[in-house]
Ligand binder design. Sequence first.
Ligand SMILES: NC(=O)c1ccc[n+]([C@@H]2O[C@H](COP(=O)([O-])OP(=O)(O)OC[C@H]3O[C@@H](n4cnc5c(N)ncnc54)[C@H](OP(=O)(O)O)[C@@H]3O)[C@@H](O)[C@H]2O)c1
Length: 291
Amino acid sequence: MFLVTGATGGLGRRIVRLLRDRQTPTRAFVRLTARYAELEHRGAEIFLGDLRHEKDIQKACQDVQYVISTHGTGADEMEIHYRANLKLIEAAKANGVQHFVFISVLGADRGYDDAPTFKAKRAVEQALQTSGLNYTILRPAGFASNLLPLAERFRQTGIYILIGDPQSRTSIVSTDDLARIAVDSITTADARNQIFAVGGPQILQRQDIPRIFGRVFNREPFLLNPPLLAFDGLRSIIGLFSPKTQASLGTLRTLLANEFFCTVAEIERLEAVFQIPLETLEAFLRRHLSV
Ligand SMILES: NC(=O)c1ccc[n+]([C@@H]2O[C@H](COP(=O)([O-])OP(=O)(O)OC[C@H]3O[C@@H](n4cnc5c(N)ncnc54)[C@H](OP(=O)(O)O)[C@@H]3O)[C@@H](O)[C@H]2O)c1
């Protein structure tokens, strides 16, 4: 039995679909308020719970051999990204889980001090590495699926808003490839107890994204490019009313201010270990958008 946390998220949903396509027994950890009917129709066992509750985590791990942790949230990093994963690792150990796949983030090891999510991810990576469990840690770049709503907006308006340096580099990854890599981590011998940077096959500049949208929709992009300083100003104002939100925005600022791309060597390693030809952003968008 596989346990997938974050099963209703952009990545988790794809992982559950893939497991069920392969007829693999799968338990999807979902919240009552989430949209999980599709997962149920595909034959996943639905476990209703909340990752903030340790008892739910312990119960969900019963009779499980494999855990894929994909849950996340833009806020509450301490509870969801950090504590829930530590409890999941503990419960996995107690239940004799054979392999634990953790979705971290590219750059988790760079020590970004202003980014609570990155710090939580690194702490969880370290806990997993010393847990005694078999593990695979995946550090993905930004997900292509996150761009789908922006692409739809671009289709209507032709406008693309890019905050910060348009030349900073990124390796947007096909969320479908990442789902496959996460699932195959369990059966791939060379993935055991390894950390992988996961990105797409091309190193893009952020300004390439509106150009790709332009090609996909055959429309000239109009780029709005506010400087990072504008974001910082807004963040300071928010801080006057909600210091907690201001702190949370540190992760977003880190994402906007830094480069997140995989080296050619990292991509070659990924393709060789998982025997996967990685999909470009443009191919992903064309496959998902009716154009
Ligand atoms: N998106 C990216 O570009 C990116 C890049 C690098 C790494 N990552 C990491 O990859 C993972 C997957 O990202 P994603 O974009 O697929 O995430 P997502 O779409 O935001 O989904 C998050 C999932 O976590 C669940 N969740 C949140 N709080 C929960 C709670 N208290 N109890 C139970 N479930 C809870 C959500 O459930 P509900 O449906 O009920 O809200 C949802 O299923 C995350 O760990 C993220 O940090 C993402």
